[in-house]
Design a protein around this ligand. Structure first.
Ligand code: UT7
Length: 327
């Protein structure tokens, strides 16, 4: 038995928010944003568009590439921190939208590490479930709904989007995921979180007035943590897969900040030309970011059979994870 990635898809909303637009909203500059983050534009969903709507578009593209019907999906996993509702989960909403009536459905919350956590979870489920042939995994976020558009420390960083991956169980014994490493450190929960809206601080007039329903971040702390976590997690995954940095065709890191990505690549000894980046166009889309990269790479024919790809991410929790893929 082998679990293979057979298709990908992506969707980003039409509306583009530029650094020049942000200059009119908060005290910032195109120059500051470019040099400190590498971001030039990000896509922002319409008020009427929810995370499941973006999932639907990405899922359709992936199903088309896979050449399978929605009814063939045995499970749907949506990695997100911006679900349409607390419940029902976003995967259930998507299931109805695309007519995947045979799929069981759940969301997974691991912030920006969500897609990596979900791919590993999907593979494990497929290994232990005899009739689970196809699983649809998505990373999708409408971060614009939880960004404080008056806070220049965070609002310049984030964007919206959805990415889909379809896994198939085959007979040939080769898995796409050669090795993985997952981790978390709840002691660092306060450096990247949303204070209100859960059971700790339910929504109230006061919570809204005090701007507690937005991403709250200690940027510098997150930066340091991100580099260390992605480097050590990647090294562990490469060791477990029996590969060296030279064997990696592409490093695909969570698209948080160009300076973070550069530092990770340097410390892993992977030259910058082998690091896939699109954060200049999309900003940080949390759980969607690695999937948006993968789909672009697939559709631009950058990956050949046998290529080794290293995915690595960190996010709120704090969580982190890495996967060595063989394409
Ligand atoms: O998915 C995970 C999500 N989070 C991240 O990935 C964030 C990781 N952290 C970072 O990417 C960086 O820490 C930031 C991009 C958020 C900030 O960059 P930095 O180089 O760490 O800047 P800083 O926070 O040290 O701020 C430097 C200065 C400050 O001014 P003073 O105190 O030196 O006068 C900030 O107030 O830059 C100021 N600043 C801004 N200036 C213009 C902060 N944000 C902005 C802004 N425009 N948007």
């Amino acid at each position: 038995m082998g679990i293979k990635i057979i298709a990908t898809g992506r969707y980003v909303p039409e509306r583009v928010l530029t650094n020049a637009d942000l200059e009119k909203m908060v005290e910032t500059s195109d120059e500051w944003i470019r040099t400190r983050t590498g971001i030039e534009t990000r896509h922002i969903a319409d008020a009427s568009q929810a995370t499941s709507d973006m999932c639907r578009e990405a899922a359709k593209k992936a199903l088309e590439m896979a050449g399978i019907a929605p009814s063939e999906l045995g499970a749907i996993v949506v990695a997100t921190i911006t679900p349409d509702h607390s419940f029902p989960n976003t995967a259930c909403l998507l299931q109805e939208e695309i007519g995947a009536k045979n799929a069981f459905c759940f969301d997974l919350s691991a912030a920006c590490s969500g897609l990596i956590y979900s791919l590993v979870t999907a593979q494990a489920l497929m290994k232990m479930t005899p009739n689970l042939k196809y699983v649809l995994v998505l990373g999708a976020e409408k971060l614009s709904g939880i960004v404080d558009w008056e806070d220049r420390n965070t609002c310049v960083l984030f964007g919206d989007g959805a990415a889909a991956v379809i896994l198939e169980k085959t007979d040939d014994g080769n898995d796409s995921i050669k090795a993985y490493n997952l981790g978390a450190d709840g002691a660092c929960k306060d450096i990247l979180f949303m204070p209100a809206g859960g059971s700790r601080m339910p929504a109230s007039l006061e919570s809204v007035q005090n701007r507690k329903h937005f991403i709250n971040m200690t940027g510098k702390e997150v930066f340091k943590f991100a580099v260390n976590a992605m480097v050590s997690s990647s090294q562990q995954a490469m060791t477990d897969a029996g590969v060296a940095p030279d064997d990696i065709k592409f490093l695909v890191p969570h698209q948080a900040n160009y300076r973070i990505l550069k530092a990770v690549a340097q410390r892993l000894d992977i030259p910058e030309e082998r690091v896939y980046m699109n954060l200049n166009r999309y900003g940080n889309t949390s759980a969607a970011s690695i999937g948006l990269c993968l789909d672009e790479m697939v559709r631009n024919n950058l990956l050949q059979k046998g290529d080794k790809v290293l995915l690595t991410a960190f996010g709120g929790g704090l969580t982190w994870g890495s996967i060595v893929l063989e394409w």
